[in-house]
Design a binder for this molecule. Sequence first.
Ligand code: NIG
Ligand code: FE
Length: 417
Amino acid sequence: MTYTLWFNCHVATMQDGRWSTIEHAAILTGAGRIEWVGEYRDAPGGTHQRVDLGGAWVTPGLIDCHTHAVFGGNRSDEFQQRLEGVSYKEIAAAGGGIASTVRHTRAADAASLYRSARRRLEHLMRDGVTTVEIKSGYGLDLESERKMLSVARRLGDTLPLNVRLTCLAAHALPPEYAGRADDYIDYVCDVVLPTLVAERLVDAVDVFCESIAFSVPQSERVLRRARDLGVAVKIHAEQLSSLGGASMAASLGALSADHVEYLTEDDVRAMAHAGTVAVLLPGAFHMLRETRQPPVEWLRKYGVDIAISTDLNPGTSPALSLRLMLNLACVQFGLTPEEALAGVTCHAAKALGLSETHGSIEPGKVADFVAWEIDRPADLAYWLGGQIPNRVVWQGRLLTPDTDTSGLSRWEHQHDA
Ligand code: NIG
Ligand code: FE
């Protein structure tokens, strides 16, 4: 086996959600895995390929654990309406919102969905993202949900990116089921989930539990069905109101409850008990001009792990930078830069059920990491957007040469080499 020693760097391992820094460090990789990490002077001997990282700070590859990156159309018109005072709920009630993106996504062919999603993912990847979760949920019928998940899978097959697939068929009520939400839930449970799980297009199942979407009992039926099919579950909950969806999902062992601004203290206890991660989405909070903050103090008090994600979607969070979300999570929600970085590494991995293999720089884990030209790790949450020169190592292979931002053609070239 060829081993590579990455040296002349400092490492924030993010083990157990802490910086756990090692200065004057080195990392040994082989067969796409991390073999060893420690101080350079203690590095294992032998004839390794050597890569000088030029004094960079190395973090785990960033993990964006909640996106709706595959969709047709765009909703900047609704953005304008909201700025004029129309609410997200009012837009949804008038047939806009998710329903508008469903129309565009159903009408789009797979090739155009692939192209537009790929462009969005390129932004995330240049900013150090090596794993991304992509949800369906703008198809809302078997064929269109399959189209979305197949596009997501193809993105994972063709890009140097680990893509996880989440079926969110219960995202909204499709027009053909208007007034018949329970019938749609039957269809999701009896047809959509079993078929797509059998086609291996589903790593997890999600549901939007909210007054403008599905009730707690309806959401519970979907998640129970997913569990019976042997698939992990998660939930969009407590975003606009407090319904108890997060507690219900926690009682089913959900990987994560996402948004969660309106969690009660009892919900937080239930999540702590179940080990359910709280995924905070500051982009949606910002875009909807929400004022209710997620209960970060309770999450800390009860030891609920906190993840941060873009929620990249055309309605509430057209966010193309996960690093910008770190800043928003610190400034808007009061996280420390250390908590924020844990939220896109270690705890984001947990929210995807990937704790064993991803999210920290430790022996045995997949060799996904980023070497950043920064003075200290907190710089990642400090700059508002922009491009921090970085080099991405994905599965032990160097993808980007220093400041190259010319796009994936070069990445793919190196990837294929
Ligand atoms: O995570 N909350 C529900 N779903 C998305 C919004 C989807 C949309 O508006 O298109 C979210 O914010
Ligand atoms: Fe979402």
